[in-house]
Design a protein around this ligand. Sequence first.
Ligand code: FPP
Length: 235
Amino acid sequence: MEKINNNIPKHVAIMMDGNGRWAKKRLMPRKIGHLEGSKRLESICESSYKLGIKYLTVYAFSTENWNRPNDEVNGIMNLFRKYLVDKKNKCIQNDMRVRIIGNRNGLDNDILQKIEDMEEATRKCNGLNLQLAVNYGGKDEIVRAVNKILLCKEHLNSITEAEFSSYLDTRDIPEPDLFIRTGGDKRLSNFLLWEMAYTEFYFSDILWPDFSEEELKKAVNEFSKRDRRFGQIKE
Ligand code: FPP
């Protein structure tokens, strides 16, 4: 593997955009694009681990994606079901911990059960930490946190940033260092709004099913050259 700078991001967040266009270019249904996208996710998990990335969070289904045609929504949910069941042993073998972030209200009961099984089965894994964002919205995550806080009498007067973070879905996960969006658009689309306050952004025109290990290395390489000041001045 080509050597890259030592400054590897600990946590990479990815918006896997462009599956639909990838399929359309090949005159195939959009759900084939999502299927290819899910295969790409598996290979990018392997590449991330090889590169030394410790946490990978990917946007699989947003709170807004329910507005897509039923057939497409069902297609993505079925891919998710299949992943949770078929890949469980492979995740354990690869020492990969899988967690799901997002609003669990609104997910089918069988999916909830499969999520719990996957999370429990990989709880002790120590390699890559994969977070799948499903029925996730950044604003929704913040409002759910606020509602949990409102139920706690101890926070009636004030709360610190660290305390607030502990009510988020991402409470045990460090904030992303690098955000990658494939597919050409340059916006955040309600992803990890609180967590990405100081994240470096990288946008790629490549459609997600084509986003190879080489492309990931380009993003990491670019990250390694960024000067992160976190609002401070460097001498
Ligand atoms: C955005 O592309 C992609 C999605 C909304 C779904 C992403 C889902 C996967 C990659 C599969 C996830 C699978 C598992 C196992 C979690 P788009 O459909 O908006 O593409 P477009 O912009 O070209 O239309």
